[in-house]
Design a protein around this ligand. Structure first.
Ligand SMILES: *Cc1c(COP(=O)(O)O)cnc(C)c1O
Ligand code: SF4
Length: 362
């Protein structure tokens, strides 16, 4: 790893260099992680179905250990293709009134502006899109999506997602954000982006100047492990708040990566200290190709229950998406309440049942 960085010190912080020098074949990283040699043929076979790509930057965060939490998110696993499943349990494709737009909940829509990513995360919920030809939403299809939003006054909140929305050019993002800002009934412009994790060099000053014009821009990023918070990305994210970017984070609970109270606690506190508010902790749902990352729900709830003992600022909402288009469900504190005469008995976290009186004035 040291060689990879030192040989490229000058261009390392150029995001276009990082993209052009992304490692796109599993063979390309075997020299850095020799333990992969044994299984190389199998891994290549998996990448025929689910592609592989990693930026030199993200690779440089990894350690030479089969259980490394960074490697687990980028190295293919034969279990990805071991079992058939549902590629789209959220039924996004059925809730798509115009191409590349998902309208599942009345007040908000998702705009899928590209299907390209700098790093292909093994646990991605939209893996079904990886096999389609790479695209960026522009031209008539973009206008059709914008017209849909203009015509639907109930939509208050637009989420640019993908793929990686921040792979679009500054001008393309500027165009989309300007058109969205013109729509009076839209109150919230947000972006789901993993570049702070996989390609923080993309957070350039010129991109900041674009966001500044349309601020506030809510960006929800996707950190899963404290090791992903490098000093470099922390500095860039802190810097971006000056352009009116408000950071949130969505973590996916992943077996073998972050399914531990200690790791999540450290992650959430470190995010907060970098100016990023934990927003969601997502259960890894039954999506074809990612099921080997799933943690049983009972264990997930137990982990979350323990996280509830820590600072409320550091506690994201815990959510899962029900299969067959059942929708997002928030799992909150399993609070026990018993009705009594003149009040309730409520179970306290640490003091057993405590009486809570009814209001005295009717
Ligand atoms: C999760 C999701 C959203 C955003 O929901 P929030 O709970 O407001 O973050 C919007 N549309 C779809 C289809 C979603 O799955
Ligand atoms: S960055 Fe997001 S969309 Fe892209 S592969 Fe990772 S999880 Fe999927």
């Amino acid at each position: 790893m040291e060689n990879l960085i030192s040989a490229n010190r000058e261009l390392w912080f150029d995001w276009k260099w990082q993209l052009m020098n992304s490692l796109k074949r599993i063979e390309d990283i075997v020299d850095y992680f020799p333990f992969l040699k044994e299984d190389l043929e199998n891994l290549k076979w998996v990448t025929k179905k689910y592609r592989f790509s990693v930026t030199p930057y993200y690779l440089s965060l990894a350690e030479n250990d089969p259980d490394d939490p960074i490697l687990k998110q980028i190295i293919p696993d034969v279990l990805e293709i071991a079992r058939r499943g549902d590629p789209d349990p959220y039924r996004e494709d059925e809730h798509s009134p115009v191409p590349h737009l998902v309208h599942r909940y009345s007040d908000r829509v998702v705009l899928l502006v590209t299907n390209i990513c700098p790093v292909y995360c093994r646990h991605c919920m939209r893996k079904r899109w990886w096999r389609r030809k790479g695209y960026v939403l522009r031209g008539p299809l973009l206008e059709e999506a914008l017209n849909y939003i203009r015509a639907h006054e109930e939509v208050k909140d637009v989420l640019l997602s993908g793929g990686e929305p921040l792979l679009l050019k500054d001008e393309e993002l500027d165009y989309i954000l300007s058109k969205l800002r013109e729509i009076k009934h839209l109150k919230v412009l947000r972006i789901g982006s993993r570049v702070p994790v996989t390609l923080p060099m993309r957070l350039t000053e010129s991109l900041g100047r674009v966001f500044e014009k349309y601020a506030p821009i809510y960006i929800n990023t996707h950190f899963n492990h404290p090791r992903e918070l490098s000093d470099f990305t922390i500095e860039r994210m802190k810097n971006f708040t000056r352009y009116g970017v408000i950071w949130g984070n969505q973590t996916v609970l992943l077996k073998g990566v972050n399914d531990s109270v200690e790791i999540l606690k450290e992650l959430f506190y470190n995010l907060l200290s970098a100016g990023v508010r934990p927003y969601y902790l997502f259960q890894c749902d039954p999506v074809e190709g990612v099921e080997h990352f799933r943690v049983p729900l009972s264990r997930a709830i137990e982990i979350y229950r323990q996280l509830m003992n820590f600072s409320g600022m550091a506690l994201p909402k815990f959510a899962l998406d029900l299969p067959e288009g059942g929708g997002k469900v928030i799992i909150s504190s399993p609070c026990e309440v018993r009705k009594m005469e003149n009040g309730y008995l409520v179970r306290s976290n640490d003091r057993g049942e405590v009486f809570y009186p009814d209001p005295p004035f009717k």
